[in-house]
Design a protein around this ligand. Structure first.
Ligand code: GAL
Ligand code: CA
Length: 347
């Protein structure tokens, strides 16, 4: 009996020892930097973009929380390029000149990342690109370059799935003329944006893969913008009228623009699907104007940007699974939002 107790005690002792050396290894890996302040330089492509505005206000909240929790001063200097890469280049030069610890960049033109990386590298300031994904080779230019975003194809898949589920439940709610095909139009985001092409491609593919026939009537870019989408949709309504059975929109703002056009023309709404889960889109879902949306997790993306920045500057983890030494890409999950989800929540 006594021997048994000794054995148990010894095993416990060994376990404690292993645990301690494990921890020591971990802390010695990170040489903690003592910093008086953390300065984030944040360059955004356009503040007048609902999703980006959401992301930025979430990031501001994260910083406030971080300051309280860590008892350290954290500042954020946000500059808005208003859709011009030339303006953004100057703004980035200034942020570097003024001295910031991390550059968080939402590029206007995602193909010019290399120039930004080279400047940041020369000043030894790490870069976190977000929302507008640079090409893979650019991200390999320097080890202190990261990307925070979400995988476009997945949002397209989920958007398609919303249509598939509604169709399978009752085909006539979508195929109004009952010809066995879904006549549709596409409102596309900015040309050249990773989220535009892939969202359209995967949404259509998911629906056709489910055995539903699709017939495209029209498609064009409305640059993520509500009023541009309303203008486009008004034109299509004049040409195709109630032939349109489905509006696939690359984001919620353009989906709301499409709804505006129908309401302006006093026409009954077809099935409309968006992506982002903005406040207005959730309202439209509750009112039965939108068939569904896909949540683009602005909150989680803001958290990631903050956690990465904190880790890059202080060399300490805020969360263990955010490890900048192991990866460059940090993607958040998309989630499908249908009327049943929002109605359930508000009950
Ligand atoms: C997308 C988002 C759009 C728009 C765009 C800007 O991820 O869904 O609404 O904000 O980014 O780059
Ligand atoms: Ca039809």
């Amino acid at each position: 009996m006594h021997g048994k107790i000794v054995k148990i005690f010894m095993i416990f002792f060994i376990l404690v020892l292993c645990f301690q050396t494990g921890c020591q290894k971990h802390t010695t890996q990170l040489q903690k930097n003592i910093v008086p302040e953390i300065k984030l330089g944040v360059a955004i492509y356009k503040r007048d973009d609902t999703f980006i505005a959401m992301l930025i206000s979430n990031l501001e909240e994260e910083i406030k929380k971080g300051q309280q929790q860590k008892n350290i001063k954290i500042t954020m200097n946000t500059v808005d390029a208003k859709g011009s890469q030339t303006v953004q280049n100057d703004q980035i030069d200034k942020l570097i000149e003024q001295g910031c610890d991390v550059l968080c960049v939402n590029l206007v033109d995602r193909t010019v990342a290399s120039a930004v990386i080279d400047k940041a590298k020369a000043a030894n300031i790490p870069v976190i690109f977000f929302n507008r994904e640079p090409v893979a080779e650019d991200l390999q230019r320097w080890d202190k370059v990261y990307y925070v975003g979400a995988e476009a194809s997945k949002s397209g898949y989920l958007q398609g799935q919303i249509v598939v589920e509604a169709y399978q439940e009752n085909p006539h709610t979508i195929d109004k003329n009952g010809d066995g095909k879904v006549q549709y139009v596409v409102l596309e985001g900015e040309q050249g944006h990773q989220d535009a092409l892939l969202r359209t491609e995967y949404a259509v593919k998911t629906i056709t893969d489910a055995g539903i026939q699709m017939e495209k009537l029209a498609g064009d870019t409305a640059n993520w913008h509500r009023s541009q989408a309303a203008t486009k949709m008004t034109q299509w309504l004049q040409v195709y009228g109630d032939k349109i059975e489905l509006v696939l929109s690359n984001n919620d703002d353009m989906a709301i623009g499409a709804i505006d056009a129908y309401e302006g023309a006093s026409k009954p709404l077809p099935a409309v699907v968006g992506i982002d889960a903005t406040t207005l889109a959730i309202e439209a879902l509750k009112e039965g104007k939108l068939l569904g949306t896909v949540k683009n997790d602005a909150q989680k993306q803001a958290e990631l940007i903050f956690m990465l920045s904190y880790q890059l500057v202080t060399n300490t983890y805020l969360q263990e699974d955010i490890d900048i030494t192991k990866q460059k890409y940090f993607f958040t999950e998309y989630t499908m939002i249908q009327p049943k989800d929002v109605l359930k929540k508000s009950e």
